[in-house]
Design a protein around this ligand. Structure first.
Ligand code: NAD
Ligand code: UDP
Length: 336
């Protein structure tokens, strides 16, 4: 099976390509490299002995996409490409809506031109906003998002749902990721944020490796056991396996399929720091700072639906997430 992977050079896309190849699925990668490096392709090749087809270009360029579709018998698309920094989305809403929403619409048009009717979309737990209860099931209310990034994900979900209502021979899969962290166990592939990391795990890793002095812990007065924010961190290799499961189980069946991809476990900021200290043997100096605007106290996934319908369940624990992140960061202190 050949699968077009938009954003396949990025953090989650690259790990997913590795697991796809291991499962005998051929990725065809499209990426404009706005947030990734060509070196990723070499790393994928070194790990798998396969150099996937790679097209450098923008998903908003319909003629470019038509050309890629014309060159391969593509059965499905996994759509990772997009911008993902919450703070930047507040400063640059136009860029975010153009890239994430318009980009997805152009991609859908190119798919329709090519007769490819199966898409797996990278959505996010952010569409649930501040949940009224945890664990969050797929039926929980969506749409109360607090920033342009989150709204762009919700908009694409809405566009895809409307599209499915009109064209029910399509297979549309919305995967709502919780908090992806970790790296390939080889230490050769991992997350490589440009500029100061926005997310907890890469920030901790950069403090541990000496690139940054101190971690800011955003709030210790939440109604959680230790007062710091609680999230459902999921190892990127588990997330990658979740995509392979989606390709096998639902991406060939028409329908609108929605799944949480999380572990079902909550971990606080302080617990994550402790796990990282244990895994790395490094000190992580931190200071308690005010809450970050827009943050919620806690969230974690109900994983029942994915287990039942995809036959998939995350298996890697927080210890493994910290160990693999440290392996990657210590081997690649400056990233790729
Ligand atoms: P990433 O930035 O590492 O990967 C995205 C890739 O898409 C990059 O390689 C970038 O160069 C490419 N890209 C961006 N705009 C493009 C365009 N217009 N045309 C072609 N390529 C383009 O991000 P990631 O962490 O791998 O996330 C992948 C997807 O998952 C994103 O859609 C993101 O919003 C979503 N997601 C990520 C997280 C997370 O915490 N990492 C959580 C939930 C959802
Ligand atoms: N966080 C923190 N310091 C940081 C980055 C994040 O204390 O430098 C906290 C944040 O407040 C939240 C948790 O870590 O409670 C996860 O934040 P992240 O940005 O990684 O993910 P998201 O906010 O998308 O869940």
């Amino acid at each position: 099976m050949k699968v077009l992977v938009t954003g396949g050079m990025g953090y989650i896309g690259s790990h997913t390509c590795i697991q796809m190849l291991a499962a005998g699925i051929e990725p065809i990668i499209v990426d404009n490299l706005c947030n990734s490096k060509l070196a990723v392709l070499d790393r994928i090749e070194a790990l798998t002995k396969v150099r996937p087809a790679f097209y450098q270009g923008d998903i908003r360029d319909e003629a470019f996409l038509n050309q890629v579709f014309s060159e391969h018998e593509i059965q499905s698309v996994i759509h990772f490409a997009g911008l993902k920094a919450v703070g930047e989305s507040v400063a640059k809403p136009l860029e975010y809506y153009d890239n994430n929403v318009n980009g997805s619409l152009v991609l859908m048009r190119a798919m329709r031109n090519a007769g490819v009717k199966s898409i797996v979309f990278s959505s996010s737990a952010t569409v649930y906003g501040d949940p009224s209860s945890v664990p969050i099931t797929e039926d929980s209310p969506v749409g109360e998002t607090t920033n342009p990034y989150g709204r762009s994900k919700f908009m694409v979900e809405s566009c895809l749902s409307d599209f499915y209502a009109a064209e029910q021979d399509w297979s549309i899969t919305l995967l709502r990721y919780f908090n992806p962290v970790g790296a390939h166990p080889s230490g050769t592939l991992g997350e490589d944020p440009q500029g100061p990391p926005n997310n907890l795990m890469p920030f901790i890793a950069q403090v541990a490796v000496g690139r940054r002095d101190t971690l800011s812990v955003f709030g210790d007065d939440y109604p959680t056991p230790d007062g710091t924010g609680v999230r459902d961190y999921i190892h990127v290799m588990d997330l990658a396996d979740g995509h392979v499961a989606a390709l096998h189980k639902v991406a060939q069946q028409s329908g609108l399929h929605t799944f949480n991809l999380g572990t079902g476990n909550g971990t606080s900021v302080i617990q994550m720091i402790d796990a990282f200290v244990q895994a790395s043997g490094q000190q992580i100096p931190y200071q308690i700072c005010p809450r970050r605007p827009g943050d919620i106290a806690e969230c974690w996934a109900s994983t029942d639906k994915a287990e039942q319908q995809l036959g998939w369940k995350a298996t890697r624990d927080v210890k493994q997430m910290a160990a693999d992140t440290w392996h990657w960061q210590s081997n690649n202190p400056q990233g790729y």
